[in-house]
Design a protein around this ligand. Structure first.
Ligand SMILES: C[S@@+](CC[C@H](N)C(=O)[O-])C[C@H]1O[C@@H](n2cnc3c(N)ncnc32)[C@H](O)[C@@H]1O
Length: 284
């Protein structure tokens, strides 16, 4: 091994180098649990990239909200975007994304802008042909301080709600939005998400559901096992979910365009098994 190879080897040690669509992406290791975690890759990123509307991506001005490692922005740039503007609030994520953007040769097409608590503020007055996000969706019991940048309220929908609120104002005519999330509901459908779409979106939405579900309890067990939240708050959230009839989390991709108000729900063609727990393979 020469000196440069040794340096690179040292740089990725204790991190996770995954391969997705034959491209390398560096993230934090699976066991990095601090509040500024740069998310490792799971089925959600693969589902999102499988669902990219490649025809609409050609020459598009793209916005990504929540860049993380940069995996989706890199994917958009490689799929033909003219320019990707990416918002991120976590300084460590911006460092990782810069590394991944350069490593994948798309540095002339992706620019990173500091995110703000007011999600749309950094791109006020701007419109985009393609808006994309894998928003924070971790269901977050009260008084939990893990994954600070990923907390999204008790059912993981709070951040998405803020995205929905600004979509129409930031989509160009004929523009397309694509969002991947894990949404709460009953066994049949993510009814909380579907209600939110009916309330908030005025155009045409299609929700593709991954047929493999995770139960609300499985997700809560995971928080409890890893002591990611105070036990009594995790239990309080379990009781609340029971009372609200929330039993499952559905991994789904939402496609949205301006147009007649319509909501269609379909199963995805591909199944992403046990989506919360199986990471994208590492580079070996
Ligand atoms: C679920 S991760 C997705 C990261 C990456 N896009 C992916 O698919 O792996 C959500 C990201 O949103 C970022 N984030 C949280 N609040 C934000 C805000 N107000 N503006 C921009 N990004 C934000 C988090 O730091 C995190 O990196």
């Amino acid at each position: 091994m020469n000196a440069i190879q040794t340096t690179l080897q040292a740089a990725i040690q204790n991190k996770r180098l995954s391969v997705i669509n034959q491209r390398p992406i560096l993230t934090d290791a699976l066991d990095y649990r601090a509040i500024d975690q740069v998310f490792p890759l799971f089925a959600e990123q693969q589902f999102f990239l499988d669902e990219l509307q490649r025809d609409k991506m050609q020459g598009a001005e793209v916005l990504e909200i929540g860049l993380g490692s940069g995996v989706l922005s890199v994917g958009a740039a490689l799929a033909g975007a003219k320019r990707v503007t990416a918002l991120e609030i976590n300084p460590r994520a911006k460092n990782y994304a810069g590394f991944n953007i350069v490593m994948n040769g798309v540095e002339d097409r992706v620019s990173i802008i500091d995110g703000q608590a007011q999600v749309w503020q950094p791109v006020q007055g701007r419109r985009f042909d393609y808006i994309m996000s894998n928003p924070p969706f971790e269901p977050t019991p009260e008084k939990t301080d893990y994954f600070y940048h990923s907390a999204a309220g008790p059912y993981g929908l709070d951040f998405l709600e803020r995205i929905f609120a600004g979509l129409d104002n930031h989509l160009a005519e004929g523009g397309h939005a694509q969002i991947v999330t894990a949404a709460p509901g009953n066994k049949q459908e993510p009814d909380l998400l579907l209600d939110m779409i009916r309330r908030q979106l005025s155009g045409t939405a299609t929700v593709l559901l991954n047929p493999d579900l995770m139960t609300f309890d499985e997700i809560m067990d995971r928080l409890a096992d890893k002591e990611m939240g105070p036990a009594e708050e995790v239990d309080a959230l379990r009781r609340r979910a029971k009372a609200d009839g929330v039993t499952h989390f559905h991994l789904c991709v939402i496609h949205y365009e301006k147009g007649p108000k319509r909501l269609q729900v379909e199963s995805s063609k591909k199944v992403y098994p046990n989506y919360w727990d199986i990471p994208v393979p590492e580079y070996v």
